[in-house]
Design a binder for this molecule. Structure first.
Ligand code: SF4
Length: 82
């Protein structure tokens, strides 16, 4: 059985991460391109998004939460670790 909490290796350290259930719709990178980027590495299935920057203030936190709540795959997670 696959572990649906498994993270993409490209996620930067921090509480937000994208799990490997992402369906590559790119909604999160449209909502907050500063925090979510599309994987362009040809060695990994292209198109998934990952967290490229953790939020550093309340406005950024709101954007990340909006992306998390909007993600149709429930792939954006908050593990609570700072
Ligand atoms: S919104 Fe969710 S499913 Fe869509 S690209 Fe971002 S993490 Fe993946």
């Amino acid at each position: 059985m696959s572990d649906n909490t498994e993270r993409f290796s490209q996620n930067v350290p921090g509480k937000y991460y994208v799990a490997k259930v992402c369906i590559a719709c790119s909604l999160c990178s449209e909502i907050s391109p500063e925090h979510f980027a599309e994987n362009l590495d040809e060695d990994i299935p292209v198109g998934n998004c990952y967290v490229c920057k953790q939020p550093e203030n309340e406005d950024e936190e709101s954007l990340c939460r909006e992306a998390m709540e909007t993600c149709p795959a429930g792939a954006i997670r908050d593990d609570g670790n700072e």
